[in-house]
Design a protein. Structure first.
Length: 576
């Protein structure tokens, strides 16, 4: 391009953009020199500066392809006359760390992602963001950063993996985890498990079922953080890169129109997100993450509201882990908007909730015009008036074992009840050893404690334990509850997020082997046959030592809040 007179450079730039702090005026010549060293020119410096937050990494298939996704978003920003600036952040592979001490890093990574993206955006004076997510904690972490900075932002999902094939059927990582339990029970050979392992994950992308990554990606459409139809294209599909380019273009538009998260996020947005979650049988982790996002946004959202919305919203999608179908199956018939449209037509969504596009969700659905479920010849989507379950998949239990709530996802029988003696484990490893040695029997109830946000720390997911139980044929007749978490791939009688957690003196810390526990899903109860006085007496001497006294785990042991409020660490979040 031709050289401009210095007095004319950047004169047309929006004076309200934060990037003016580093691009405008004679005194910013050194700053501009640094940008020029990276190949930016006068046109770039007079354009909105849009960050592309990219958690690409070779440590998980969820994120291994995200450099290519980020490149497409970069092109979209550039084509829309924005100034794209890519920067990186971390990720943790939940599936690879699952069942190990390393899983304690997973929830902490959500906070570090949010902190790091916030810091770069703040420090480098970004005008807007495209925030990219692959593995589970990327999604909430990225949106938390966008909310904190309140910069105009678009969320972009990296897409899910295609299903593998084994023995003539489609399989996912869930089948491999459950295969471990089947081998321990003698129902699968090690050779068959080996073949399953080699075929379950055929390429890049996040785990394919309606597990945590796909649940959170779907929720971004309901929240209004990403355009309709953007969650479902697979990772290794050209449509994924079309979505990425469009996200880049939209990001420039939202910057030019000063459309920030605070302009479109509302209580109604979160109610829409919960309605979608319970309608598709989404991950219990979404409860934690939606509470955290609402806390960051300063929006009142109580964990009990998940019950209220689930009570009026039927489950209409039968996807893994409860069903057999995966995200790509949903994509092939129209994606998440098919479900949103069905809920909207049944007056189960707030159609007037705004979205990142500047239009309402109702307007976006009308323009998108997804097919009606009734017109689709599929066996995994059901009309609202003839659902799989009359009530949505998420339940919040309470009682004297969980005064601040506990979370279960209903994937099978919806009238689950158990009353009987409990077997206590002080950590995940003890429970896993017990299950793998074949001690589990129908009717057992297992409690795993000291795995909460502070006690773990990090609130480990326990897909290994729950899958081993399910793989031995006990998904619906063995109950398990914990102050930790479960993977989105967990199915069966599994209750997590028990709050208050054991470390802070929650009633779960008072349990002893043989105590009679009542779990009543219909009546939303998790309780033990002890009086308040007996519980208090048992907790009199409760004064546990932190598991770690140095480094990042010690810091987050100190900083995490309760799971009932999203386990946030931001001191400015509205969480109490």
């Amino acid at each position: 391009m031709s050289k401009q007179d210095p007095s004319e450079q950047h004169s047309g730039k929006d004076p309200d953009l934060p990037s003016n702090d580093v691009t405008e005026g004679t005194e910013k010549a050194p700053h501009r020199a640094m940008f020029r060293a990276m190949g930016y020119d006068d046109d770039d410096l007079s354009s909105p500066m849009v960050g592309v937050a990219n958690p690409a990494a070779d440590i998980t298939p969820c994120n291994v392809h995200l450099d290519d996704v980020a490149d497409a978003a970069y092109e979209g920003i550039d084509d829309a006359d924005g100034m794209p600036i890519e920067f990186g952040t971390i990720t943790i592979s939940d599936a690879i760390s699952m069942g190990t001490e390393g899983m304690k890093a997973s929830l902490i990574s959500r906070e570090i992602i949010a902190d790091s993206v916030e810091l770069v955006t703040f420090g480098e004076r970004m005008d807007g963001l495209v925030v990219i997510g692959g593995c589970d904690k990327n999604m909430p972490g990225m949106m938390m950063a966008a909310i904190r900075t309140d910069r105009p932002s678009v969320f972009l999902y990296g897409g899910s993996i295609m299903p593998g094939e084994h023995d003539g059927r489609e399989v996912t990582i869930q089948n491999v985890f459950e295969g471990v339990g089947a081998v321990a029970d003698g129902d699968m050979s090690e050779d068959e498990l080996d073949d399953l392992e080699r075929n379950a994950c055929p390429g890049a992308g996040s785990c394919g079922g309606m597990f945590t990554a796909n649940t959170m990606a779907s929720i971004t459409e309901a929240l209004g953080f990403s355009p309709l139809g953007s969650a479902s294209p697979p990772a290794e599909n050209e449509q994924r890169y079309d979505v990425a380019r469009e996200a880049g273009e939209l990001a420039v538009d939202v910057v030019r129109n000063h459309r920030s998260p605070s302009d479109f996020l509302s209580k109604e947005s979160f109610e829409n997100a919960i309605a979608l979650q319970v309608a598709v049988g989404g991950s219990t982790n979404a409860v934690l993450h939606l509470l955290a996002l609402a806390a960051e946004a300063g929006i009142d959202l109580d964990i009990e509201e998940f019950n209220e919305i689930s009570a009026r919203t039927p489950k209409i999608a039968d996807l893994q882990p409860g069903g057999e179908r995966v995200m790509n199956d949903l994509h092939e018939v129209g994606g998440v908007p098919v479900v949103l449209n069905a809920l909207h037509e049944a007056d189960l969504l707030h159609g007037d909730a705004l979205t990142v596009t500047g239009n309402t969700l109702g307007e976006e659905l009308e323009a998108y015009d997804p097919p009606a479920i009734e017109d689709l010849d599929v066996d995994y989507l059901y009309p609202v008036d003839d659902p799989i379950h009359e009530r949505g998949a998420i339940r919040i239990l309470s009682g004297n074992l969980a005064p601040d709530g506990a979370v279960i996802k209903i994937t099978g029988e919806d009238h689950l009840h158990h009353e009987g003696p409990v077997r206590i484990f002080e950590d995940e490893e003890g429970a896993m050893e017990y299950v793998q040695e074949g001690h589990v029997e129908s009717g057992d109830v297992i409690a795993i404690r000291n795995e909460g946000p502070r006690g773990g720390p990090g609130m480990r997911e326990m897909l290994g334990v729950t899958s081993a139980v399910a793989g031995q044929g006990h998904a619906e007749d063995v109950a398990l509850f914990t102050d930790g978490r479960f993977s989105g791939a967990t199915r069966g009688f599994s209750i997590g997020h028990v709050a208050p957690e054991a470390y802070v003196g929650g009633p779960i810390a008072a349990l002893e082997d043989g105590d009679t526990v009542t779990i009543d899903i219909d009546n939303l109860e998790l309780s033990v046959d002890l009086t308040d006085e007996e519980l208090d007496e048992r907790l009199d001497d409760h004064d546990p030592e932190p598991t770690y006294d140095n480094g990042v785990l010690a810091k987050y042991h100190r900083d995490f809040g309760s799971a009932a409020n999203g386990a946030v660490t931001n001191p400015g979040a509205k969480w109490d």
